[in-house]
Every structure is written in structure tokens, then in C-alpha cells.
Write a protein that binds this ligand. Structure first.
Ligand code: AQP
Length: 332
């Protein structure tokens, strides 16, 4: 069997440069090496409160973004999670092998749950199990994600190993693919926090659909470190974050970049960073707006059909191994 990758993003709020540099950029590269599935994980979006109409629009917008960054529907399968019921079905089976204590340890739940307090849903607590189902359904080898998903990936591996041990060999145990550079793009407002879709400060993130003025304004307001030198240095996280974005967008080496900015100030770095970001975003946004509804429908319909066909044998095997799926009928 060809090696397979699976990944996804939630159609919540607006995708930002961190999502692109940490995850989507790598999907585009890896799709030519692996059989690839990229999912708009709209069931995950409901772990926090959603306006159904907005969610439906965002789901289509995110699929357009996948296409516009360079996911090729002739090569990769693009689909919407809720179009493949096997995700929710397998999540239930995995719920029954997951320990409460494991989910209690998930840092993302602790952070997001803290913000919502008494309105925290069971779904938010259970999010990592649905994510495990997403991945294990497709006998995935590799999962390209940002660093914030590492802990969830470890749980996915633990669940696969436990299920295989207790019920018989069913799932491939996947590996994470976390890029060496860009796995954690930080907030422009607070470089100790990751750039995040749900950050309430609009200046913390460059959104993939921001216009040129917004990009220039946000970089201009980005916090910097004390001192004046422009170089990669973990002790100076704000400048290092800006340089990392510059590095990934220009594909230059850190040495080239440091030499380029050697006699320049922070204002110059921010202006150039805005230029290279706008150069990337302008054609990308034109592609987002150029995809017709008909084209998108055709891609998502064939994507979900293929995903359903790929998911079925694994769900059948998991159910049969657990004594479900007709295995209680005499003679079967
Ligand atoms: N700051 C980041 N740097 C690098 N990668 C990141 N990712 C997220 N933030 C960064 C990666 O983007 C992919 C899609 O993310 P998601 O839609 O599943 O949402 P998330 O991981 O919960 O990220 P956000 O943007 O912070 O959203 P909210 O605020 O809604 O939680 C994933 O591979 C993720 O690792």
C-alpha cells in the first residue's frame, strides 16, 4: 500500500499565517510523496459554540483555501468531515477505550476550557478522540501538523496501540510530521503565545484573507524585543518570530537573512516582511475567489465519496473486532 497522510483544519474564525506555515504549506509539499487526504474538520468546530450558517460558509471557504494554497484535487482527496459518518462512528468506539485521565491531561482542553468555564462542552473534552478517529480511519502513516497538536498525536498512537492489543490488529500506528521551522508561529502581540485563530486581539495574527493595508498595519504594530540587532536568537522571541516568518516565505537561509538585515533597523524588517507577505497573499487570495461553486461542489463530492470508501473497511474491522457489525448474528 502507498504511504498515506491525513490532516485537517477547523473551519473556525479565520485561518492565519501560523496555520499555513505550520501545517498547510507542508501538506502541499508532501502530497506528491504520499497518498493524501485533507479534511475540513467541521465536527471539531462544534466543540465551541457556532452559528450554523456561518459554519457552513466557513466550511466552504476553508475548502477553497486548501485548493488555493496548492492542494491539487487530482492528486489529493479533499473532503468535509461530516460527509463521512465513519468519523463519528469510530470516535464512539475509541471513546470506550480512552481513559478520562488521558483527556484530563490535554493542555489544549485545559487552555480552551479555562476560557469557557461552565459552558465547556463534553465535545471539547472529547476532541482528541475524534481527532484520533479521523486519523486512524485511513490507516494513516504520517500526520503533518503544527507543534500544538503533538500531544493529541501521542494520544492517537496510544489509542491505536491499546485497541490493537485488546481487540486484535486493526489500526496502523501513525507518526507525527512536525516541521523543524514554523511548527509554532507566535502571536505578533505576545511572542510567548502561539498565533491562534481564537485570539481576541485582532493584531496578534496575519489572516490569510487580510488585505495589504491590514498586513502592513499588523506588522507595524508587532511587538519587538529590546536591543536593535536583527538576528535569530531564542532569547529574543519577538524578532525571531518575525525572522522565521520571513525565512519561510522567502526560502532564504538564516545566514542570508541576518546578513541582509545586518545594518538595518526593526522598521525596515517589518516593512520588508509586510512586502513578502503581501506578495504571497495577493495571488493566493485571487485563487480563493476564483474557484466557482460548481467546481468546489464537484471536488468535495468526489472527495467525500473516496473518503467514505477508504474509511469503510477500517470501521468494519474495528466493529467486527469489538463484537459489533453483525458479528453477533449466528453463522457470521
Ligand atoms: N501558531 C501556529 N503555528 C504553527 N502551526 C499552527 N497550527 C495552529 N496554530 C499554529 C496548526 O494549524 C493546523 C490547523 O489548526 P486547527 O484549525 O486545527 O486549529 P488549532 O490547532 O486549534 O489552531 P488555532 O489556529 O490556534 O485555532 P484555535 O484558536 O481555534 O484553537 C494544525 O495542524 C495546527 O497544529
Amino acid at each position: 500500500m502507498p504511504k498515506r497522510i491525513f490532516s485537517g483544519a477547523q473551519p473556525t474564525n479565520q485561518l492565519h499565517l501560523g496555520n499555513y506555515l505550520g501545517a498547510l504549506r507542508n501538506w502541499v509539499e508532501l502530497q506528491h510523496e504520499y497518498e493524501s487526504l485533507f479534511c475540513v474538520v467541521n465536527l471539531h468546530a462544534h466543540t465551541i459554540q457556532q452559528d450554523p450558517k456561518v459554519l457552513a460558509e466557513k466550511t466552504r471557504e476553508l475548502a477553497r483555501i486548501y485548493l488555493a494554497v496548492g492542494i491539487d484535487p487530482q492528486v489529493s482527496t479533499i473532503f468535509v468531515q461530516s460527509d463521512v459518518p465513519a468519523h463519528a462512528e469510530l470516535a464512539w468506539l475509541l471513546n470506550c477505550v480512552t481513559r478520562m485521565s488521558e483527556l484530563d491531561r490535554m493542555t489544549q482542553f485545559k487552555e480552551k476550557g479555562r476560557k469557557q468555564r461552565e459552558n465547556t462542552s463534553v465535545g471539547l473534552f472529547d476532541y482528541p478522540v475524534l481527532m484520533a478517529a479521523d486519523i486512524l480511519l485511513y490507516q494513516t502513516d504520517l500526520v503533518p501538523v503544527g507543534e500544538d497538536q503533538k500531544q493529541h498525536l501521542e494520544l492517537t498512537r496510544d489509542l491505536a496501540i491499546r485497541f490493537n492489543r485488546d481487540f486484535g490488529e486493526t489500526f496502523r500506528v501513525p507518526d507525527p510530521f512536525i516541521p523543524k521551522v514554523g511548527a509554532r508561529i507566535m502571536s505578533l502581540h505576545d511572542p510567548t503565545k502561539k498565533m491562534s485563530k481564537s485570539d481576541e486581539n485582532p493584531n496578534s495574527s496575519i489572516l490569510l484573507l487580510d488585505d495589504a493595508d491590514a498586513v502592513r498595519r499588523k506588522f507595524k504594530r508587532a511587538v519587538t524585543d529590546s536591543g536593535t540587532e536583527i538576528r535569530f536568537d531564542p532569547a529574543r522571541p519577538a524578532i525571531t518570530n518575525l525572522l522565521t516568518i520571513y525565512q519561510l516565505l522567502t526560502k532564504q537561509t538564516p545566514e542570508e537573512i541576518e546578513a541582509h538585515f545586518a545594518d538595518k533597523g526593526y522598521g525596515h524588517l517589518k516593512a520588508e516582511l509586510a512586502d513578502v507577505t503581501i506578495d504571497f497573499l495577493t495571488p493566493f487570495q485571487a485563487r480563493v475567489h476564483g474557484i466557482s461553486d460548481e467546481e468546489l461542489d464537484a471536488i468535495l463530492n468526489s472527495g467525500s465519496e473516496r473518503a467514505r470508501a477508504l474509511a469503510r473497511p477500517t470501521l468494519d474491522a474495528a466493529q467486527a473486532h469489538m463484537g459489533l457489525h453483525g458479528s453477533h448474528i449466528a453463522g457470521r
